[in-house]
Design a binder for this molecule. Structure first.
Ligand SMILES: Nc1ncnc2c1ncn2[C@@H]1O[C@H](COP(=O)(O)OP(=O)(O)OP(=O)(O)O)[C@@H](O)[C@H]1O
Ligand SMILES: [Mg+2]
Length: 266
């Protein structure tokens, strides 16, 4: 394998900004490009797990031993928590609804910002993956701090809507704080999601983002596509659900851009 495993967090404290959808579909697209990908569901909503497994399986993972909550609580090596999806080159560490209590669990632990990072160490050392993609909940606490401290890069999905950028300044401030603990963390870019081409908010969103210095905005924009919801309803990536869907092509382009930007920053 050329180069070591790169870890990318998808984060934004704004709910519904497209974190999970972008993480799942970029991950799948990277796997179709021949990259070996591990997805980590860091959210109690279990949405990333539901993107690839039926509700029944996801609830089984959540109620059983093999989920991220138990791993973090027990400060375990995450190797044993990996499950294979039905797609080649694509694995997942499932979440649990108990993740809602993770902040409390973290509170008493030694070097509590680094528990996820330590848990992923062996997986990274093994070189079995080109990319680890981590989906975050819409919060900015100790757990998201863990996710960011375990990552080389962060991608911010921002919804092209009037409130999409609200709070983004807080997020940048949070990232600066994280960088004091994890100085190598790099903002790979902002991806504009859920753009409705009939509206003008998209342009406005772009313009506001330009005012933030040193922020890369991905050229690929993810437009609103109702096929995404049908795909999620069937626990499938949109490309598997409907190869000709507009968003399927957009996510593939985004994956190429992500890979290109990572290579460039090495
Ligand atoms: N491009 C799109 N077109 C249409 N619907 C979309 C698109 N992207 C996401 N959605 C829908 O918008 C909703 C929010 O998306 P998603 O769950 O990916 O956001 P999120 O940031 O992960 O949310 P949360 O903060 O709750 O974790 C979902 O119902 C999803 O199906
Ligand atoms: Mg989500």
């Amino acid at each position: 394998m050329a180069g070591r495993t790169k870890t990318i967090a998808f984060a934004n404290n704004k709910g519904g900004s497209g974190k999970t959808t972008t993480c799942a579909n970029t991950g799948y697209s990277l796997s179709t490009l021949g990259k070996r990908v591990l997805l980590v569901d860091g959210d109690m909503q279990l949405n990333l797990s539901l993107s690839f497994f039926s509700e029944e399986r996801v609830l089984e993972f959540a109620a059983g031993e093999k989920n991220l909550y138990n791993a973090i609580r027990g400060e375990k090596d995450l190797t044993d928590y990996v499950v294979h999806t039905s797609y080649e080159n694509l694995d997942l560490i499932p979440s649990s609804t108990l993740m809602s209590g993770i902040e409390y669990e973290l509170f008493t632990k030694w070097q509590r910002e680094m528990i996820l990072s330590r848990g992923l160490e062996k997986i990274k050392e093994s070189g079995g993956y080109d990319y680890i993609l981590i989906d975050s909940p819409p919060t900015l606490g100790g757990w998201v701090m863990n996710i960011l401290c375990a990552s080389d890069y962060v991608i911010l999905p921002v919804e092209a809507s009037p409130w999409g950028l609200f709070g983004v300044a807080n997020l940048f401030e949070f990232l600066e704080n994280v960088k004091r603990i994890a100085p190598s963390l790099e903002l790979l870019g902002v991806v504009i999601t859920k753009l409705d081409a009939r509206k003008n908010y998209g342009k406005q969103t772009m313009e506001v983002l330009k005012d933030f210095e040193q922020v890369t905005v991905f050229d690929t924009v993810i437009r609103v596509d109702s096929e995404i919801e049908w795909a999620q309803d069937n626990s499938r990536p949109v490309m598997v659900h409907k190869r000709s869907a507009r968003s399927a092509g957009e996510f593939l382009e985004l994956a190429k851009e992500v890979d290109k930007n990572v290579r460039r920053s090495r």
